[in-house]
Design a protein around this ligand. Structure first.
Ligand SMILES: Nc1ncnc2c1ncn2[C@@H]1O[C@H](COP(=O)(O)OP(=O)(O)OP(=O)(O)O)[C@@H](O)[C@H]1O
Ligand SMILES: [Mg+2]
Length: 179
């Protein structure tokens, strides 16, 4: 059986609190795995350690054959993992579209030349991004597709959650982590 994500002996403590205690876990391609546990049992900590927010005290993380233990957020993005956060991290004054694009900013060309001079390429990149964002929003909440430039501040919590999932998916990850 092939393995997409694997952890071996993953441990993390905060002072005297052992949040992860030698966790061995494997996720296969196309597998859907639920992490169930009471409040404070370490679910968020697990996500934070494998996505580079916290460093592990011990253990290894491999993804798609590469060792990504304590890798940076950029590396995690590049290997194809993306996530949502337990507490919303949307920027409320920004539009639905801008919030979704935050999930793709490492792929967009941010060069001065590209943005100011290569106007045709810039326009094409924008149009591709817009089409991709629209297609994702259509899947999760079709009524929002014509409101992509409205600020997310006006959306109910359920739609904000949907937009966060779209933001995690815009980078076409191999593994989506939903906290
Ligand atoms: N940054 C931190 N500093 C100190 N302690 C932390 C930190 N993050 C998590 N903890 C502690 O680690 C333990 C695991 O917390 P974690 O948030 O991972 O649990 P959880 O399973 O996600 O809980 P919940 O179901 O409430 O979301 C808890 O005791 C928590 O207080
Ligand atoms: Mg949590």
């Amino acid at each position: 059986m092939s393995v997409l994500l694997e952890t071996r002996g993953l441990s993390k403590h905060f002072g005297g609190v052992l949040a992860l205690d030698g966790l061995d876990l494997a996720v296969a391609p196309n597998e859907i795995l639920g992490l169930i546990g009471p409040n404070g049992s370490g679910k968020t900590t697990f996500f934070n350690v494998i996505t580079g927010i916290y460093s592990a005290d011990a253990g290894r993380v491999t993804f798609d054959g590469a060792d990504v233990t304590n890798a940076s957020g950029r590396t995690i993005y590049q290997v194809g993992m993306s996530r949502t956060f337990q507490r919303s991290r949307l920027s409320l004054p920004l539009s639905i579209f801008d919030n979704i694009m935050i999930g793709n900013h490492k792929r967009l060309n941010q060069g001065l030349w590209f943005n100011l001079v290569s106007r045709g390429d810039f326009k094409r990149e924008f149009e591709q991004s817009y089409a991709a964002a629209r297609a994702l929003v259509e899947v999760f909440e079709p009524t929002l597709v014509d409101r992509l430039f409205d600020p997310v501040a006006g959306l109910p919590m359920i739609d904000r959650r949907r937009i966060e999932i779209c933001r995690a998916l815009i980078s076409t990850p191999k593994l989506l982590l939903l906290d």
